[in-house]
Design a protein around this ligand. Structure first.
Ligand code: NAD
Ligand code: TYD
Length: 351
């Protein structure tokens, strides 16, 4: 094996797409997937690669300092791609401490373990931190997030991710740890936990359940197909200059309500319903506390420096995504049995 790479959070949504890409594209890399398997981690996301010779799964918690130090000693990683995180804004409003522990303390543990284990011999080493555009805060009607935009996080989730970004940069400037960071817009695609807007609404439309639109549905998100995010991470991992930050986004802004109407329309067609039937499920509910109005990424730097562009138009991506959820009922049923209903009731019953 030419390199041993630690991918954290590889059983989650984006992590599983990245693990699949790396395992298949680089048979001479050993990919170690470290994941705590929280409610969001699911090994069923990786059944197609689980027996590959260059893949190994390790269950563990990035908050556990001794465990992380031992893991670095045992595997002698050449690189880390760090995705493990608590990732859902609504949960961060309910339980901010989980976010502070995993996203901040967990990241600090990984940085320390890398610094200690690489022992100031950083040749050929890389610590890649995967972050979000939400660290930049909320936009008004105009403007876009650039890599130079000041941080202005406003939810416990985004502020915990912002803290982790700051720590990563501090290890670069203070200790010379070779790092790179990317900040991506909202992802959509297969294998996403149905707490996030798109899989939640696809599942509710299918089951004729209300579609809880926060506030007036006027908030804007910039959506990127998850496979294009994984392609960007691969490129940045191999080509980026150390210490740099790259924004990743699809130039694909939608108000929530327009996006939801597209979902309803495509689902009507797929489910053989009359046009307009699923839209009747739209229910306006109490807004999310501190709801960021608009995110929009300017990904020019990534395009100009590394030649990355999204591979898929949104209409095609959303259709593929809906097809995947409809064809993978068992995946969804396994996730939505058990604790999911408790979460759903606590989030939505009093809105
Ligand atoms: P996800 O919630 O689907 O997956 C997170 C994974 O991390 C899960 O498999 C979970 O088990 C694991 N995990 C959580 N806590 C852990 C811990 N303490 N130790 C080890 N593993 C732990 O999240 P995602 O949507 O795939 O996001 C992955 C990363 O990308 C996150 O860092 C997130 O901030 C970032 N990001 C996400 C989006 C998006 O739209 N989903 C956009 C930009 C950036
Ligand atoms: P989400 O998928 O949670 O991503 P994020 O908050 O990280 O952008 O939400 C996307 C948008 O959809 C956001 O503006 C909140 C809104 N939303 C709803 O209107 N209803 C819902 O049930 C959920 C989960 C989200």
């Amino acid at each position: 094996m030419s390199k041993t790479i630690l991918i954290t959070g590889g059983a989650g949504f984006i992590g599983s797409h990245l693990v699949r890409l790396m395992v298949n594209k680089y048979p001479d890399y050993k990919v170690v997937n470290l994941d705590k398997l929280t409610y969001a981690g699911n090994l069923a996301n990786l059944t197609d690669v689980k027996n590959n010779a260059n893949y190994e799964f390790v269950k563990g918690d990035i908050v556990d300092t001794d465990f992380i130090n031992d893991l670095f000693k045992q595997y002698q990683f050449d690189a880390v791609i760090h995705l493990a995180a608590e990732s859902h804004v609504d949960r961060s409003i309910e339980s901010p401490m989980d976010f502070i522990m995993t996203n901040i303390v967990g990241t600090a543990n990984l940085l320390n373990a890398a610094k200690f284990n690489w022992n100031n011999n950083f040749d050929g080493k890389l610590f890649y931190h995967v972050s979000t555009d939400e660290v930049y805060g909320s936009l008004g009607e105009t403007g876009m997030f650039l890599e130079t935009t000041s941080y202005d996080p406003r939810s416990p989730y985004s502020s915990s991710k912002a803290s982790s970004d700051h720590l990563v940069r501090a290890y670069f400037h203070t200790y010379g740890l070779p790092v790179v960071i990317s900040n991506c817009s909202n992802n959509y695609g297969s294998h996403q936990f149905p707490e996030k807007l798109i899989p939640l609404f696809i599942n509710n439309i299918k089951n004729n359940k209300p579609l809880p639109v926060y506030g007036k549905g006027e908030n804007i998100r910039d959506w990127l197909w998850v496979n294009d995010h994984a392609r960007a991470i691969d490129l940045i991992f191999h080509k980026a200059k150390l210490g740099e930050t790259y924004n990743i986004g699809g130039h694909n802004e939608w108000t929530n309500i327009d996006l939801i109407k597209v979902l309803c329309k495509v689902m009507d067609k797929k489910l053989g319903r009359e046009n307009g039937e699923s839209e009747k499920l739209i229910t306006y509910v109490t807004d999310r506390a501190g709801h960021d109005m608009r995110y929009a990424i300017d990904a020019t730097k990534l395009k100009d420096e590394l030649g990355w562009e999204p591979s898929l138009q949104f209409e095609e991506g959303i259709e593929k995504t809906i097809d995947w959820y409809l064809a993978n009922e068992e995946w969804m049923n396994n996730i939505t049995s058990g604790d999911y209903q408790k979460y759903y009731d606590s989030q939505y019953s009093n809105r």
